[in-house]
Design a binder for this molecule. Structure first.
Ligand code: 9MR
Length: 334
């Protein structure tokens, strides 16, 4: 009896050390523990070597999205030669720390290997099917949800003129979902886009497409709303109404890439506005049971795509470059 108690005590100590490796000033309970939604972040596996990066990720989140490592351009830059190293590293981390994985992304016009652009329509169709089948099968049972089709629309709601659209026509989206379902029947399949947070021509086009795919029996389970926001442009109008209408189609909803950038340098007023936006995103997701996931596009200002693409802007994440929680984290976690 004594031995069992001692053993249980040792296990408890072990568990609590593992769960809260770096909680310090400003941290609340881990985000993953304050909600029934999946709470995720985009992750670059190479950064897992940074102790504090890994510790905060492990503590706060229960889902990870590879930031670039499952994109076609990374996996198969040269035709027929696959490089799974980055993706596999993330899968290993996720297994060890019991995180779920959001796969990102199968069909996207960007970060596409150049050889894909040179194929005839027939070849492209064969190669796209092969690509989806190969990638989804390899991570079968390991990826909880896939962003199957990414960023297929223009702002005005017309189809983006990608190589897939040009050569395969409107039907490529339905085909992509069918092929993905065949390769892993248990993964949730999403269409994903930016600027579809509020009610606008692009989100309405996405809504119309999803409704029609559903009517045709195409296996689509969810809509991914990226939520790359900026404090300069106001909070998207009709966010909650938009979530509600997708929910009414019996679609799951995931916030897939949330961040809120600002013109640098940051100050307390900007950080307060950022906090308000994050809180509105979070609360809106929690206002409908159909919103099953809240994922941010990175979690620390140390590593973010924003300054590369929007020079002079940044600080878009929940934690600063030194892993200190920002007002936005506290707004969510209160
Ligand atoms: O964060 C990603 C960055 O490292 C890449 O260079 C970039 C390439 O286009 O893609 C970024 O992630 C994008 C995501 O895959 C899709 N939605 C927009 C994201 C930010 O650009």
């Amino acid at each position: 009896m004594l031995r069992r108690t001692a053993l249980a005590g040792a296990l408890l100590v072990g568990v609590s050390i593992w769960q809260a490796p770096s909680a310090g000033a400003g941290y609340g309970p881990p985000l993953k523990d304050i909600t029934h939604r999946y709470v995720g972040s985009a992750v670059t596996p190479a950064h897992l070597a940074e102790r504090d990066y890994r510790a905060v990720l492990t503590r706060e989140f229960d889902s990870v999205t590879p930031e670039n490592e499952m994109k076609w351009g990374t996996l198969e830059a040269t035709r027929g030669q696959y490089d799974w190293s980055g993706a596999d590293e993330l899968v290993r981390y996720a297994k060890k720390t019991r995180k779920t994985i959001r796969g990102h992304t199968l069909v996207w016009h960007s970060q596409l290997p150049s050889w894909v652009n040179d194929l005839s329509a027939d070849e492209l169709r064969t190669v796209l099917r092969q690509h989806i089948t190969t990638v989804v099968s390899r991570f079968r049972g390991k990826v909880r949800a896939w962003d199957v089709v990414n960023e297929a629309f223009n702002e005005d709601g017309t189809r983006r003129n990608t190589v897939f659209q040009q050569k395969l026509g409107d039907g490529y989206i339905a085909d992509a979902f069918r092929w993905a379902r065949q390769a892993d029947p248990s993964a949730k399949l999403y269409i994903n886009d930016y600027n579809i947070e509020g009610v606008n021509p692009k989100s309405t086009a996405t809504y119309d497409l999803v409704r029609s795919l559903r009517q045709q029996g195409v296996p689509i389970d969810g809509v991914g709303i990226q939520a790359h926001l900026s404090i300069q442009y106001g909070f998207p109008a009709g966010y909650r109404d938009n979530l509600r209408r997708f929910g009414a189609l019996r679609m799951d909803i995931a916030i897939t890439e949330a961040d809120v950038r600002m013109p640098l340098p940051a100050d307390s007023a900007k950080l307060a506005t950022q906090a308000q936006y994050f809180k509105q995103l979070w609360d809106g997701c929690h206002a409908t049971w159909r919103c099953v996931e809240f994922t941010t596009w990175g979690f620390t200002d140390r590593h973010s795509w924003v300054p590369d693409v929007f020079p002079g802007e940044g600080d878009a994440c929940l934690f600063d470059a030194n892993m200190r929680p920002k007002p936005a984290y506290r707004a969510i976690n209160s």
